[in-house]
Ligand binder design. Structure first.
Ligand SMILES: NC(=O)c1ccc[n+]([C@@H]2O[C@H](COP(=O)([O-])OP(=O)(O)OC[C@H]3O[C@@H](n4cnc5c(N)ncnc54)[C@H](O)[C@@H]3O)[C@@H](O)[C@H]2O)c1
Length: 289
């Protein structure tokens, strides 16, 4: 029997990166999953790969109605909801308050913070009907230990996610709904491509070229891999973590104790280099970039 047998999960952002690894592990551990993402093609691939265990919900996390429909889908397809892993997010380039428009703030905040509130809000009813549940929010080490490449909106909202997890844990403890935050360090995923304006196709190849930079980003000399987060999310989603709520769970190779001082220019150069390598790789496969 798997560690998540009989459990139903919603995983946002499951079409790519960190949460993709969690989808694979959750299936292995016996869970049924609704994957919510804006990448419909990859969602359809997941449904084909895991027939009967994974359904895809086309969901933009900035839209409350999409989130409400996604939580309801877990109920309809699998008869309940026990776990929400909210990992979907995107990054932006806006680094300075002076450059920010009100619209930039509203859109970034809707993506990076309000979506967490809405995921919790629409999970409460179905989780209460099951007698409890586990909500796992995904923050970032950049919230506490600023990274030279991170943007202001991203950092501030990811900090808000940490506080939200504590508040929601407090508010929902009486319903036996646990709320915790995973705090990832540096992970080689396609998200980094967004910082250098890479297309989705190019960004998806970039992680293979990020190992060297990521290996030097924290005390443990290797990049974080989606599997590292999947283990933490499996633990927090399972009954093994039944007395764990309001916690911040660092999965960061030691970044919270020491961040090597790497100048922003060096990070951006490295990302540009990885982008160029990924573009060349795509061209050699006969695909346009
Ligand atoms: N990669 C890192 O180094 C790192 C570090 C700290 C925290 N994180 C966090 O981990 C989480 C996962 O990021 P990742 O690195 O796997 O990135 P990723 O880009 O590989 O995955 C993000 C997923 O979210 C989806 N998404 C983006 N905007 C969306 C929207 N509006 N609606 C629905 N889905 C949307 C994307 O399609 C993608 O599938 C994010 O919350 C990110 O902030 C990542």
């Amino acid at each position: 029997m798997g560690r998540l047998s009989g459990k139903v999960a919603v995983i946002t952002g499951g079409a790519s990166g960190i949460a993709y690894g969690a989808v694979e592990m959750y299936v292995d551990e016996g869970a049924k999953i609704v994957v919510a993402d804006i990448q419909a093609q990859k969602g359809a691939q997941l449904e084909r790969r895991f027939p009967g265990s994974v359904y895809f919900s086309a969901c933009d996390i900035r839209n409350e109605a999409d989130i409400a429909r996604t939580m309801a889908m877990a109920d309809e397809k699998f008869g309940g909801l026990d776990i929400v892993l909210h990992a979907a997010a995107s990054v932006d380039h806006k680094q300075k308050i002076a450059d920010l428009t009100a619209e930039d703030w509203d859109d970034g905040q809707a993506n990076l913070l309000r979506s967490h509130v809405m995921c919790i809000k629409h999970a409460i009813g179905p989780m209460q009907r099951r007698g409890g549940g586990s909500v796992i929010l995904v923050s970032s080490a950049a919230a506490e230990n600023f990274s030279p490449a991170a943007s202001m909106v991203y950092v501030v909202c990811k900090g808000g996610v940490l506080y939200l997890a504590r508040w929601a844990a407090f508010e929902l403890a009486g319903s036996n709904i646990r709320v915790n935050a995973i705090v990832p360090g540096a992970f080689a995923t396609s998200m980094w491509g967004q910082l250098v304006g890479a297309s989705r196709e190019v960004a998806d190849i970039m992680p293979a070229h990020l190992d060297e930079m990521m290996a030097g980003s924290q005390p443990l000399p290797r990049p974080g891999k989606p599997l590292d987060i999947a283990y933490a999310a499996t633990y927090l989603g399972s009954d093994e973590a039944g007395f764990v709520t309001g916690a911040q769970f660092a999965v960061d190779g030691g970044l919270s104790i020491f961040r090597p001082a790497v100048p922003k220019e060096k990070v951006m150069d490295y990302l540009q280099q990885a982008k160029t390598q990924a573009e060349e790789e795509l061209r050699s496969m006969g695909k346009a970039t």
